[in-house]
Ligand binder design. Structure first.
Ligand code: HEC
Length: 137
């Protein structure tokens, strides 16, 4: 028979496990195992466009790191731009990469934190691939 406090801590552990599994919205690295490795220098265009593994890795990365501002399923709630609107071409890609890597500051206030160092290049392009594959409506 479990003592009440032991039971309570087991329940707390279980709850923490559930919260982690669903993502708590804190910036966190993304496991990009299985994707082609890209090194440090940013490539000019999304190397994973349409890639199924990139889409699923990107979905997790997006939900954990971006959804709290850019909206669930990449549907913006108005707090931050709708990322599905960026064109899927080299220009859209380099803008996306630069923004995610460097973040955005306005009038001295951080509107979006920089993600380079938390996310590697592979993770940034996987998230881009996920967003590109979300339906526009
Ligand atoms: C704390 C809130 C917040 C988080 C978290 C956040 N963003 Fe942003 N993001 C913003 C805001 C606000 C802007 C608009 C900044 C501006 O233009 O001044 C923005 C702008 C952008 C832009 C430029 C969009 C455009 O149309 O010009 C991209 C791309 C972007 N974010 C991608 C991401 C990705 C990918 C993630 C997750 C890895 C992320 N953001 C996480 C708030 C956030």
């Amino acid at each position: 028979m479990l003592k009440p406090f032991a039971l309570a801590s087991l329940l707390a552990l279980a709850a923490a496990g559930v919260a982690l599994a669903h993502g708590d919205g804190a910036p966190s690295p993304v496991d990009t195992k299985g994707l082609k490795e890209l090194g440090e220098d940013p490539v000019a265009e999304n190397p994973y466009r349409g890639d199924k593994l990139a889409i699923s890795i990107g979905a997790g990365g997006y939900n954990q790191n971006c959804a709290r501002c850019h909206g669930l399923d990449a549907k913006s709630g108005g707090m931050a731009p709708d990322l599905r609107e960026l064109p899927s071409d080299a220009e859209g890609d380099s803008w996306f990469y630069a923004r995610v890597a460097g973040g955005a500051t306005k009038d001295g206030r951080v509107r979006m934190p920089p993600f380079l160092g938390i996310l590697n290049q592979e993770a940034i392009w996987a998230i881009r691939t996920y967003v590109e594959n979300q339906p526009k409506d």
